[in-house]
Design a protein around this ligand. Structure first.
Ligand code: HEC
Length: 118
């Protein structure tokens, strides 16, 4: 009995280490701060009050709406191209991953809805 308990405790201690190393192997973890600054620099230039396109901040949409937008290649593609024409910066898959992570994390129905300060 004591042995089984010791094994269980050992597993409890080891599993977080396994979890973090497998997360590291699976690829980079999304960086919401990077996502936020990219959103401000490459999207807000049009999506502002009285701008070329509708005002947008993370809490303009729900988590599901943001997810749908980032999965819709036609829609996200059009905005990525539009932003490239304006800024000369081509957003990478990694950039978009950081950005969607930030937007979903602070969506209208998230724990921390946010306006991104603009
Ligand atoms: C050159 C201007 C421009 C830039 C830069 C731009 N967009 Fe757009 N975006 C538009 C226009 C125009 C529309 C369509 C009209 C509208 O929704 O106001 C649109 C639509 C959208 C929509 C609504 C789509 C829908 O049908 O629900 C979202 C969400 C969006 N853009 C997100 C982004 C994101 C994220 C970025 C940054 C990667 C971005 N946009 C960059 C011009 C731009």
């Amino acid at each position: 009995m004591l042995k089984v308990r010791n094994i269980a405790i050992a597993l409890l201690l080891v599993s977080p280490a396994l979890f973090f190393s497998s997360a590291a192997l699976a690829g980079k973890r999304p960086n919401p701060n990077r996502g936020k600054s990219l959103f401000k620099a490459t999207c807000k230039l049009c999506h502002i009050k009285d701008g070329e396109a509708k005002f947008l901040s993370p809490m303009s949409k729900t988590q599901a709406q943001w997810e749908r937008f980032f999965k819709n290649e036609k829609k996200i593609g059009a905005c990525v191209d539009a932003s490239f024409k304006k800024t000369g910066t081509k957003l990478s898959a990694d950039d978009l991953n950081n950005m969607s992570y930030y937007l979903i994390k602070h969506a209208a129905d998230s724990d921390q809805p946010e306006t991104c300060g603009q």
